[in-house]
Structure formats: C-alpha cells, structure tokens
Design a protein around this ligand. Structure first.
Ligand code: SF4
Ligand code: SF4
Length: 103
C-alpha cells in the first residue's frame, strides 16, 4: 500500500473522497477511510486535496524509500511536496503550478 491515512489529523471534510478516481475513500464516523488499499494505484490526488496533511504517500523501505512519508501543501499558486524521512529529516520541493508541465 502506498497511501496512509493519519486519522487523528482528519477533520472529515470529504475532499479526498471527492477527488479519488477510484471512489476508494469514504467517510465513516466523520473520518476518511480507505476502503480497499489493494485497489489504490497511488495517484496522490487525495494527498494533494487534503487540507490537514492527514494523508501521505509512503515510500516503502523495500523500494528504497527508507520508510519516508510524502505530504503535500496545495496552495493557489504552488504545490509543495514535503518529504519526512524516518530519521526526522525533512526536505521540501515547491513547484509553481503554471510551470508544472515543464518538469
Ligand atoms: S492515491 Fe489516488 S487512487 Fe489512491 S486513494 Fe488516493 S486518490 Fe484514490
Ligand atoms: S481530505 Fe483530509 S481532512 Fe478531509 S476527509 Fe480526507 S483525510 Fe480527512
């Protein structure tokens, strides 16, 4: 599984459920749940949509990611990817949205 929910941060806004192309996210008891992790293809739409960083993309140690977690901060003009490594180190990459196709 590449997506991980952090339910203690979730405010139940439903934005993740609205953008998931596979309809995999549902709200239960006011918090988002991933219905079946095996069906998630890691598009990261839900990661970018969440206003509380309650969903991250996990970089599995078995794939060379050392257990890091990737969060997104989606702003009007920019998208910032925040990588938190298992040892606590944090790296940030900010992309200007109007230049997104240049990368
Ligand atoms: S990563 Fe994509 S497919 Fe997986 S739960 Fe999020 S929005 Fe749905
Ligand atoms: S977008 Fe984030 S805060 Fe909103 S329901 Fe989904 S996980 Fe919870």
């Amino acid at each position: 599984m590449s997506i991980r929910l952090e339910p203690e941060k979730c405010i139940g806004c439903g934005r993740c459920a609205d953008v998931c192309p596979g309809n995999l996210l549902v709200l239960e008891a006011g918090r988002a749940q991933l219905r079946d992790a095996r069906d998630c293809w890691g598009c990261t739409a839900c990661v970018k949509a969440c206003p509380r960083a309650a969903i991250c993309y996990t970089l599995e140690a078995s794939l060379g990611g050392a257990g890091g977690r990737l969060y997104a901060e989606d702003r009007q003009e920019t998208l910032t990817w925040v990588l938190r490594l298992a040892d606590g180190e944090e790296q940030r990459i900010t992309v200007e949205k109007h230049q997104a196709n240049d990368y």
